[in-house]
Structure formats: structure tokens, C-alpha cells
Design a protein around this ligand. Structure first.
Ligand code: AMP
Length: 421
């Protein structure tokens, strides 16, 4: 027998038993996108490596360690090395914004998408090589009202999918004016304690000192004593951050200022945020995150345009729903169609009529005994069975409630109403 083949490490099959939670999560995301007046955008699953290198920064983990490169079947070696599967959506969306001249569209632009992202990271609990994100971006609005609106939107999403205790952690990382001062303060501070830093942090201290703060192995007292960005802000950044905090208070959104939150990406400015379940802090478990990227459009060759967005990891949301015991009722009632003989044309016709009426119909394709067909219908999760028999000539079918076992004769056109009672 040929050897079986398993799915690549760090990927998962989504099996029917899990789809109810996924359907719920995706439909809440779509519906909120509509209610918050976002428009859908789709970009390719792969882009030029250079887009991510420039857009995320060479020193980001996504570029430095986790880039999932893809190659074509032919072409020169340089061509083959050119593409990577997208590790995050913002760079591709901003590329599209510039490429299609969207800066002349009536703005600010409010865009959303749901799709897979890829990071070639070491797989572990809640960390996959392929995962899905719901992403929203607002391009052309410098805030701070929109910053608060997005944080409130994400917060509402978690509540609507049924999660409790989700807290927004937020921070500001300044802008081109004040960040260099803060950066230097961090370099000065951590340089005094180099012997207590991990190898990774020592390297980061040279190229991206803010990221020393999100080293999980940083000693708590060192982290505690580190300079805080909020003590080094320029007037504009301070007013912006104050504005976001005041609005979140006014909206009643649960939040914590987290001085260690700097996020991994170079292009962020000012507001940075992440969502975690209270008591489960630590980046591994972040259910989503985002921030402002006022410098990105320019870095990618467009005119200076402010932007802000977030990405919510749907895999982790589904896992958290499972952990919190969130029950997801099936979205539609399943109805089986069974019969007494080789009457498949009748069964399919009745199924078709009831599908027209919006029901989810599952015709039995066998000519087994009626009892066996009803048993199979119950096992498949049907709540009702429509029994097609001789009465069909008068427009009637048997309608059996598979829970109670009760059965009655009803006109085909009345089945939908009866089932939805
Ligand atoms: P990031 O841009 O890294 O903050 O990612 C945004 C969100 O995507 C995170 O808060 C997670 O919910 C999710 N996420 C990021 N990386 C992974 C991964 N490797 N596996 C599953 N979910 C992820």
C-alpha cells in the first residue's frame, strides 16, 4: 500500500465539527465590517519579498526569521527568490492603495478582509504556519477618534463572538520626532545591563532597541525600570495618546496602558494595541493586535498618508471560544428526505422545493428500509425527516420530528413554516 501523506507541520485541516465556530466568527466579522462601513478588499496571498522587507522592516521577526518564501517552477534563481507568502495583510493593502491611486478616492478609506497569513515559525500551541486573520485598515485618517473607534470595534467583536474578559492593552511608541529620543534612552539604559540580556536582545539593542522590551525573557525588574515611551513623547504624540485614552474611557472600553507593548513591526507610529484575555498576558496568546502606521505609505513609495489597522487571529479566537465553553448553535435546521422505495426523483424534487423555501435538505440516496434511513438521518444531525410516499400525489408528505418521534401529514408548502416554528 502507498504511504499516507500528512498535512504540513504548523497547518491544520478545518473539519466539519469545528466549522460552526468558524462560521460564527467569520459572520460576526463580516457583519461588523458592514456595520462599521468598511469595504472589502482582497490582495494576493504572495507578494514580492521586498514589499515585506521595506514595509515591515528588516529587523522584524516576520522578515528576519519567519518569511515563507515561494518559488515558481521556472525562471532564474533571482526570480524564484522574489516572492513570499504574506505574513500579514497591511503591507499588501498599502501596496494596492498606492498602485491603484486610491489617495484620490474619497477618504478616509475603510477596508477589510479575511484570509490566510503565513509565517515560517516554530509551530506550537496557538502558533501556526498558516492562520487566518480578520483585518481592517483605515487609510487617510490621522485620529485619534478613529484609533478609539477601531479598538472599540475589536472589543465589540470579541463580545459578539461570545468571549469574556478580553482586555485591550495599549501604548504609544511616538513618531519620527520623539521616537529617536526614546530609542536613545532605551539604548542608554539597556547598555548598562547588557550582561543580563539574551543574545537576541543584545542584537536588537543595536538595530531596534524598542524590541528589547518585548523579549519574553527580559528580567521583570529590568523591564520595570526601563524608560517608558509615555515619558518621552513630543507634544503632538502626547495629545494624541491622551485623546485615545479619553475616548476609550468615554466609550467604556476596558483597557490597560502597557509600557512594554511595542509590537514587532518597524512601521508603527503612535498608537499600538493588542488584545488578550485577562490573566493570560504574554504575546503567544494575543487574540489580535494593531496600530497606527503613519509612515508606511511613504516608505512604500506613496505620498505621506496616515493609516491605522488591526488584525485579529481567528484561529486563536476559535480556540479561546472553545476554552471558555462558548456554545455555537447550528445556523440552520437540517431536514432529511427519506422514502419507501426507488423514489429518488420524488425525494430530489421535494428537496428542491424545500431548498427554494430556504431549508437545508439532505436527501437519502439509498433504497434501504425506512427505519434505517431515519436512523441515519438522526445520526447525521437532522432534526426533522420528510417522508415521501404515496400521499405526495395529493401534495402531502410525512413530517417526523426526530427528537420526539412525533409524525404528521403536512402539505409540502407548509413544511418550511412547520420546521421553523
Ligand atoms: P501580529 O501582527 O503578529 O500581532 O498578529 C496579529 C494577530 O494574528 C495576533 O494577535 C494573533 O491573534 C494572530 N497570529 C499571529 N501569528 C500567528 C500564528 N503564527 N498563529 C496563529 N495566530 C497568529
Amino acid at each position: 500500500m502507498p504511504k499516507t501523506i500528512s498535512a504540513p507541520r504548523g497547518t491544520r485541516d478545518l473539519l466539519p465539527a469545528e466549522t460552526a465556530a468558524w462560521n460564527r466568527v467569520e459572520s460576526v466579522a463580516r457583519d461588523l465590517s458592514r456595520r462599521y462601513a468598511f469595504e472589502r478588499i482582497e490582495t494576493p496571498l504572495f507578494e514580492r519579498v521586498e514589499l515585506f522587507a521595506r514595509g515591515l522592516g528588516e529587523s522584524s521577526d516576520a522578515v528576519e526569521k519567519e518569511m515563507f518564501r515561494v518559488s515558481g517552477a521556472s525562471g532564474s534563481d533571482e526570480e524564484r527568490a522574489e516572492w513570499a507568502l504574506r505574513p500579514e495583510p497591511t503591507a499588501g493593502i498599502v501596496r494596492a492603495f498606492i498602485e491603484h491611486g486610491m489617495h484620490v478616492w474619497p477618504g478616509p478609506l475603510r477596508l477589510w478582509m479575511i484570509g490566510p497569513m503565513f509565517r515560517y515559525d516554530r509551530p506550537q500551541a496557538g502558533r501556526f504556519r498558516q492562520f487566518s486573520q480578520w483585518d481592517v485598515e483605515v487609510i487617510g485618517d490621522s485620529g485619534p477618534a478613529v484609533d478609539a473607534e477601531l479598538i472599540e470595534l475589536a472589543h465589540r467583536f470579541y463580545a459578539e463572538v461570545g468571549l469574556t474578559d478580553v482586555v485591550a492593552h495599549l501604548n504609544t511608541i511616538g513618531d519620527a520626532v520623539c521616537r529617536p529620543v526614546y530609542r536613545q534612552a532605551l539604548v542608554d539604559y539597556f547598555s548598562l545591563h547588557v550582561d543580563r540580556l539574551t543574545d537576541d536582545s543584545r542584537r536588537r539593542l543595536q538595530i531596534n532597541p524598542l524590541r528589547v522590551l518585548d523579549d519574553k525573557q527580559l528580567a521583570p525588574d529590568l523591564a520595570e525600570g526601563a524608560p517608558k515611551s509615555t515619558d518621552h513623547l513630543c507634544d503632538e504624540c502626547r495629545a494624541h495618546f491622551r485623546g485615545v485614552l479619553d475616548l476609550l474611557d468615554a466609550l467604556g472600553v476596558r483597557h490597560i496602558v502597557d509600557h512594554r507593548l511595542v509590537r514587532g513591526l518597524d512601521y508603527y507610529t503612535r498608537t499600538a494595541f493588542e488584545f488578550v484575555i485577562a490573566g493570560r498576558e504574554g504575546q503567544q496568546h494575543a487574540l489580535g493586535g494593531g496600530g497606527r502606521y503613519d509612515g508606511l505609505v511613504e516608505v512604500l513609495g506613496g505620498r505621506p498618508t496616515p493609516g491605522i489597522g488591526f488584525g485579529i487571529g481567528l484561529d486563536r479566537v476559535v480556540i479561546a471560544m472553545h476554552e471558555q465553553g462558548v456554545s455555537v448553535p447550528p445556523t440552520s435546521t437540517l431536514v432529511a428526505v427519506v422514502g419507501f422505495a426507488d423514489d429518488h426523483a420524488d425525494r430530489l424534487r421535494v428537496a428542491g422545493q424545500l431548498r427554494d423555501a430556504g431549508l437545508a435538505m439532505r436527501p437519502d440516496g439509498s433504497s434501504r428500509k425506512l427505519g434505517k434511513q431515519l436512523e441515519a438521518a438522526g445520526k447525521a444531525g437532522a432534526a426533522w425527516a420528510v417522508i415521501v410516499g404515496e400521499e405526495l400525489s395529493q401534495g402531502l408528505v410525512g413530517l417526523k420530528n426526530l427528537d420526539s418521534g412525533e409524525q404528521e401529514s403536512v402539505a409540502v408548502e407548509d413544511v418550511a413554516a412547520r420546521v421553523s416554528e
